[in-house]
Design a protein around this ligand. Structure first.
Ligand code: NI
Length: 248
């Protein structure tokens, strides 16, 4: 159930049976020679929507632009500053909390969001800790990376092993191809497996990773793999969501 396809009356009804909500969060940034700019937002959105269906949960609009300053050396990439993303996450949670939502399950598609979203959660908790009335009703936030599901990792490691890498991975590209068949672009990568290493800003990133990939070979992507990864991620994350919402 997508929040933006409900009426306010539907949402009031939903809140009588659950105060949990799934919030997809991704990024809009280059994903190598054959990956879509929206890869991270698409992955979070499709897995989030799947969790909503599997767990009968409401799914908020996707936060599609994330913390991706290091990708700005490549055309089409966008970023929010960490401080801006913290503000976006805080206002998203505060808006929904005002109506009675208490469990905020962020399904994440972008590694670069982790530090900033975690800092945003600390800001939210700092506010409740500093408030004399405390955290009432008890608000909890969770960040879950779709690719860290144990079922997903098992599939990725068998299919891709040392070619999975950490950016523009064949797993995430496959998942977007499953969601959007028209996006399929079969390509041979040169070198097959991209270099690995560290980076600071966008110029440093482009110097170290000239075609945008890190340690990956997205030339191995396929729709079939994407379908398997999608099902695995939804299964694991829907169970995780249900446990998160049920916990005190
Ligand atoms: Ni990505």
């Amino acid at each position: 159930m997508l929040l933006h396809q409900q009426t306010w009356i539907d949402v009031e009804q939903y809140l009588k049976k659950s105060t949990g909500i799934v919030i997809p969060i991704g990024s809009t940034e280059q994903h190598g020679p054959n990956g879509l700019i929206g890869t991270d937002a698409i992955c979070a959105e499709v897995v989030g929507k799947g969790i909503g269906e599997a767990a009968d949960a409401l799914v908020a609009p996707t936060i599609s632009v994330g913390m991706a300053q290091h990708h700005l050396g490549f055309a089409g990439s966008m970023t929010l500053r960490p401080t801006t993303l913290i503000a976006v996450v805080r206002d998203t949670v505060a808006s929904l909390a005002r109506h009675g939502f208490t469990r905020f399950y962020f399904i994440n598609g972008h590694g670069g969001n982790i530090a900033t979203v975690t800092a945003a959660f600390s800001e939210i908790y700092a506010e409740t800790s500093l408030h004399p009335a405390g955290n009432q009703p008890v608000i909890k936030c969770k960040l879950r990376n779709w690719w860290e599901s144990s079922k997903v990792k098992a599939i990725s490691s068998v299919l891709y092993g040392g070619s999975e890498g950490s950016h523009a991975t064949p797993s995430e590209v496959s998942l977007t191809w499953y969601a959007y068949p028209e996006a399929v672009r079969k390509m041979t990568m040169d070198p097959p497996v991209a270099p690995t290493g560290t980076f600071t800003d966008s110029a440093d990133y482009r110097r170290n990773f000239p075609d945008g990939r890190i340690g990956s070979n997205p030339g191995l992507s396929s729709r079939e793999a994407g379908e398997r990864l999608y099902k695995a991620a939804v299964q694991d994350c829907a169970d995780d969501y249900k446990a998160f919402v049920a916990a005190a």
